[in-house]
Design a protein around this ligand. Structure first.
Ligand code: PSU
Ligand code: MN
Length: 300
């Protein structure tokens, strides 16, 4: 069921730093060919910073830990790859299908393979108007039960950031800011919400995760890394774009797991590709931080 590539397997055996990556971002988060280019650059960045990358996806029912270049290319192009969260895992695996793993499914796969650090762009969260729709990403519940350190650029402003923070608090998930006291919001490097702790370097974050293990707390922790000021979009501008995209989504009656992919591609369209550039830069930055936390951890 798990197919771990040799390089990753050896690194794990020798306690060298390994960082996992998701595949929904490739199949449903960005257009081709930028998605493939980005996925390969992220892997390169992780290597340059001293860790081994392991991009995770499901191929004909096998959970692949550490896809090769050809497989990543296929995830970027192939039509009909299912977006897989926790609830979809047994279905896609038993039917021997192809599946792109979201944050929740990638956390589960990482834990199964004993990978402790996972880099992504943004996590899912509590959607705006969730009071009526009940739309809360499975990513948040996964963080409450699977001990993996997830490095992201914060929840996107397509979500309700305040409710997302409340939910994480209820579920016992610590939210760490990397050199920031306020929660970054993906396309923008700040928001009006506070993180639980401002960590100054990767050693500090590695030791928080170590403590989580020592205390035998089963849940994950969330590291939020603000996008570089140079690529951070203007808050008023991006919020206007997001509002417009949400109106369009409701008009088309798009529901459930199709909402996030729709909003992401609509935002790329409405910003003439500007949001995509920011998206790529923030993932690269998260990759550098993730590799550095994983390296610090292996020295503890
Ligand atoms: N945020 C992004 N890009 C993405 C996603 C989130 O900036 O591609 C993906 C991740 O895989 C995340 C998923 O786990 O969307 C959340 O989907 P939903 O909102 O349906 O739970
Ligand atoms: Mn949802």
């Amino acid at each position: 069921m798990l197919r771990i590539n040799k390089e990753v397997e050896l690194a794990l055996k020798e306690n060298r730093p390994v960082v996992s990556l998701e595949s929904t971002i490739i199949s449903h988060g960005m257009p081709y060919p930028k998605n493939v280019e980005c996925a390969l650059r992220v892997e390169e960045e992780i290597r340059k910073n001293g860790a081994i990358p392991a991009t995770i996806g499901i191929i004909e029912g096998d959970i692949v830990i550490g896809m090769n270049k050809e497989e990543i290319e296929e995830f970027g192009k192939r039509k009909g790859i299912v977006k897989v969260s926790r609830r979809d895992l047994p279905l896609v695996c038993s039917k021997k299908m192809w599946g792109a793993t979201t944050v929740s499914a990638t956390m589960i796969a990482s834990k199964l393979a004993n990978i402790k650090f996972f880099v992504t762009g943004g996590i899912g969260g509590v959607h705006r108007n969730a009071q009526e729709t009940f739309d809360i990403s499975a990513d948040l519940d996964e963080l409450s039960k699977t001990r993996v350190c997830v490095i992201c650029a914060g929840p996107k402003a397509i979500l309700d950031l305040g409710l997302t923070m409340e939910y994480l608090e209820t579920k016992g998930v610590p939210v760490i800011g990397y050199n920031t006291s306020c929660l970054p919001a993906f396309f923008t490097n700040k928001s009006k919400y506070k993180v639980d702790i401002n960590a100054k370097n990767s050693e500090e974050i590695a030791s928080i995760f170590k403590e989580q293990e020592n205390l035998n707390l089963e849940n994950g922790i969330l590291v939020t890394n603000p996008v570089d000021e140079k690529y951070s979009l203007n808050e008023a501008y991006i919020n206007k774009v997001i509002d417009e995209a949400i109106v369009e989504m409701n008009k088309l009656n798009i529901k459930g797991k199709d909402q996030t992919p729709f909003l992401l591609s609509k935002i790329v369209e409405l910003t003439n590709g500007k949001s995509l550039e920011t998206n790529i830069e923030l993932i690269l930055s998260n990759a550098r931080l993730g590799a550095s936390i994983a390296s610090s951890y292996s020295k503890l």
